[in-house]
Ligand binder design. Structure first.
Ligand SMILES: NC(=O)c1ccc[n+]([C@@H]2O[C@H](COP(=O)([O-])OP(=O)(O)OC[C@H]3O[C@@H](n4cnc5c(N)ncnc54)[C@H](OP(=O)(O)O)[C@@H]3O)[C@@H](O)[C@H]2O)c1
Length: 289
């Protein structure tokens, strides 16, 4: 297949391009900045997006580009909507125009975190902040513009080699600080980008329109995740539990995040597809990488 990947220089996009190439697909990476081997594309530019997709004529678009600065979205919601809503809409329109499939990546932040059990694909969404709302808008625009050829893949707490992710940050802080304060009252599931890339590639090879949750198995707080990272590095730095409220006050975060956002990967199971490994195994694989 010929596959256009947006956000190809990002944390997920880089691993996804590698996985799709490894499987023998023709991969066209796209990014906002000009890079060798990349198509330069700002997805918030409607005419440029339509022209690029027409010229490339991909069989499918794997849409990983996003405004991912959660606090930044709260301060400047319109910019977040420009990328996450308009950008997704432009790609859906271009896919409709050219006959391509579109797979858009979304987030656990579309949920409000009031549920006590894992969220599945048929639960109602209710984002708490601008980032989640802009991603939800992107989901809707994709589904409404391209109902028969679109898939939404929601994931959570991504970590990977090609980005500034939580394991690197915690390892760095634990090596230099006497103690590391980490939020203990938000529960979710860490997801390794390599595992997610595997599932996205499976879906692109065996598409069925709809919404899919794809996150690591198990659940933990940020505090438990940090503790596992510190232990895996053989460090004895104490990881000090703090509340989300304390974190927001101490670090000036304007965002209210869902207190519970574990995703149940129900649709993948219903389809008999591979699900992702437990986050502890994924962390081991990541650190071994
Ligand atoms: N990270 C997480 O914990 C997490 C959790 C749940 C869901 N997700 C979703 O997973 C997907 C991948 O996330 P990620 O962490 O891999 O993101 P990332 O590393 O921040 O990469 C996003 C990419 O999108 C590009 N981009 C931003 N605005 C663009 C525009 N207007 N036109 C074209 N490209 C643009 C960025 O390019 P520049 O570098 O040039 O800005 C960047 O390469 C996103 O949809 C995100 O919402 C992420």
């Amino acid at each position: 297949m010929k596959l256009l990947v947006t956000g190809a220089a990002g944390m997920l996009g880089t691993d996804l391009c590698d996985e799709l190439t490894r499987r023998g697909h023709i991969v066209i990476p796209a990014g906002r900045e000009t890079r060798p081997g990349f198509v330069t594309l700002d997805i918030s530019d409607t005419a440029a997006t339509l022209a690029a997709v027409r010229e490339i004529a991909p069989d499918a678009i794997a849409h990983c580009a996003a405004w991912t600065d959660v606090d930044g979205a709260e301060r400047d919601p319109e910019s977040a909507y420009r990328v996450n809503a308009l950008g997704s809409w432009n790609l859906a329109h271009a896919a409709h125009d050219t006959g391509a499939w579109l797979l858009g990546v979304s987030t656990d932040f579309v949920f409000d975190g009031t549920k006590q059990t894992p969220y599945h694909e048929f639960d109602p969404v209710h984002p708490l902040g601008a980032y989640g709302a802009s991603k939800q808008a992107g989901e809707r625009l994709i589904r409404e513009t391209l109902p028969a050829r679109s898939m939404i893949v929601r994931t959570s707490w991504l970590f990977g080699k090609h980005g500034k992710s939580f394991p690197q940050t915690i390892a760095r802080l634990a090596a230099k600080l006497p103690e590391v304060p980490v939020v203990s009252d938000q529960i979710g599931t860490p997801t390794h980008t390599l595992d997610l890339a595997h599932v996205i590639a499976d879906l692109l090879e065996s598409p069925l329109p709809g919404t899919y949750h794809a996150s690591g198995a198990g659940q933990c707080s940020w505090h438990e995740f940090a503790q596992a990272i510190v232990e895996a590095h053989g460090l004895s730095t104490p990881v000090v539990p703090i509340t989300a409220r304390e974190y927001a006050d101490r670090f000036g975060s304007p965002t209210v995040r869902p207190a519970y956002s574990v995703l149940d990967n129900l649709a993948l199971r219903l389809r008999g597809m591979d699900t992702l490994p437990h986050w502890r195994d994924a962390l081991k694989a990541f650190l071994a990488r």
